[in-house]
Ligand binder design. Structure first.
Ligand code: PDD
Length: 305
């Protein structure tokens, strides 16, 4: 891996690629003033954009739900992501992209007609999960889910998530599992939740209470392919406290084992056997995905010659 510092990051802003320190947006951007926008976080392994189709589909849903026009075609989105990847030396990256409703000179909650969305994207080095976490897992607490009723939209308006993260810090925890007013577990502050009970994987069903995570989708897919039973059903605090294993899942962390919940050990207090197995399967899935993509590229080049 070539070295490249984060200060040399190139960002994409409204059609231009430029150094991060030179990128500027208007103070009147509705993303800045109202948190009026949506985003995606997309991992890149071995310089290959991972699960592009799934991330694009979710982005389109978020744009549609918020009535923000989609500024690019599918091919333009892919080209943007591949160009950003190519501009950075890290083999493993994650791309953050956000689309806000655009600039509006007079303050008004009501968006003006015909605004031009602001499109911003940049890449970061994707760090591997630490050996300490692989060996010992992470500490989590449960907190009330104080967010809104449209958590299936990947909105940039993340103040509740930030406040929940701060609450974790104050209680010396790495993350939190959120509990809705009806008693159902929803998700983590930036991840989906799985539990293992008697070798069965359980996760809350997709609904407006959670983000339809891509990692969640892939874990479900991988589990089913390997004969691991996955049930999508409502879970409560009782399910958490009696779980053999608890995982958090997200694009930047993959699956992380929670080994302490509310200061009590989860299962044996060490990362569980099913998590170890899923970790291996997930690495293989990523590897196969990259190999398949590269093979397709070679095939396409040969056809063009
Ligand atoms: N967050 N739930 C929430 C609330 C999230 O913010 C995320 C991801 C997930 C997992 O989704 P996925 O598997 O598609 O990453 C679930 C990203 C990583 C973030 O905000 O940085």
């Amino acid at each position: 891996m070539l070295s490249q510092t984060v200060t040399e990051q190139i960002v994409y802003l409204n059609g231009l690629y430029l150094p991060m320190c030179e990128s500027q947006i208007s103070t009147q951007d509705r993303g800045f003033l109202f948190g009026d926008g949506v985003y995606e976080v997309i991992p890149v392994y071995e310089r290959t954009v991972f699960s592009f189709d799934e991330h694009l589909a979710r982005l389109k849903n978020s744009l549609k739900a918020t009535s923000i026009p989609n500024p690019l075609t599918d091919a333009e989105w892919l080209n943007l992501l591949n160009t950003l990847v190519a501009k950075h030396s890290w083999d493993n990256q994650f791309i953050y992209l956000q689309v806000t409703r655009g600039i509006q000179m007079q303050r008004d909650h009501m968006p003006a007609d015909c605004l031009t969305p602001t499109l911003y994207a940049y890449s970061n080095p994707l760090k591997a999960v630490s050996d300490d976490i692989i060996k010992n897992g992470i500490k989590a607490i449960t907190l009330d889910d104080i967010r809104w009723l449209n958590c299936d939209i990947k909105a940039i308006t993340l103040l509740p998530n930030v406040m929940l993260k701060l609450a974790c810090k104050h209680r010396n925890a790495d993350d939190a599992i959120l509990i809705a007013p009806n008693g159902n577990i929803t998700e983590g502050t930036a991840s989906n939740v799985f539990i293992v009970k008697n070798n069965t994987l359980l996760t809350p069903p997709n609904s407006s209470a959670i983000l339809p995570g891509i990692t969640r989708l892939l874990i479900n897919r991988i589990a089913k392919a390997h004969g691991i039973t996955v049930l999508e059903q409502n879970l409560t605090l009782d399910d958490l406290t009696s779980a053999d294993e608890i995982w958090l899942a997200s694009s930047t962390k993959e699956a992380l084992p929670i080994t302490q919940l509310n200061d009590l050990p989860v299962g044996s207090g060490k990362p569980g056997a099913l998590w170890q197995l899923m970790r291996q399967h997930y690495q293989t899935y990523k590897h196969d995905f990259v190999a398949q993509y590269l093979a397709q590229q070679v095939q396409q080049q040969q056809q063009q010659q």
